[in-house]
Design a protein. Structure first.
Length: 152
């Protein structure tokens, strides 16, 4: 279970990375406010090893992954975003979140090895199970629920 301090750091880092990298803005969500009409979701996970080891994961509705990619890459609305591009953008976002998180938690001088981000597609049942799981922090990004977790 994430402690309060790690949870706050995770939330703050996510909000700032979404804002700076993707120009998308966030708020914290209560489980009760978790309305979603998506059926497929993308999860990106990345491991780290240093003075502690663990995994950081982010789960987004597949529908916002294309917006995310367009914003990160600076594409306009007429340009098509391919599925691979959306997946790469989510990995890039996670990579940036993990990098900042490691600095916030372990300090500037900490040596931390990161694994390559891996992604998977999740269905609605998997999403619902994660929403029930207290390991995940629920945030709202541009009116879309996003789940993030830090496990150490």
């Amino acid at each position: 279970m994430m402690n309060k301090e790690d949870r706050k750091i995770l939330r703050d880092v996510c909000f700032s990375v979404f804002e700076q990298l993707a120009f998308m803005f966030g708020d914290e969500l209560d489980e009760d406010d978790m309305e979603i009409n998506a059926d497929t979701f993308l999860r990106a996970s990345m491991g780290f090893k240093g003075e502690m080891q663990g995994t950081v994961s982010i789960v987004v509705p597949e529908t916002i992954s294309t917006t995310l990619a367009a914003n990160i890459l600076g594409l306009d609305e007429t340009q098509e975003v391919y599925k691979e591009t959306a997946v790469d953008a989510l990995k890039e976002l996670l990579n940036t979140i993990v990098g900042r998180l490691m600095t916030e938690i372990f300090g500037e001088d900490a040596v931390v090895d990161l694994t390559i981000p891996v992604t998977e597609v999740l269905d609605r049942d998997a999403w619902d199970a994660l929403v029930e799981d207290k390991e995940y922090l629920a945030i709202d990004i541009d009116d879309n629920p996003v789940l993030v977790s830090l496990q150490m």
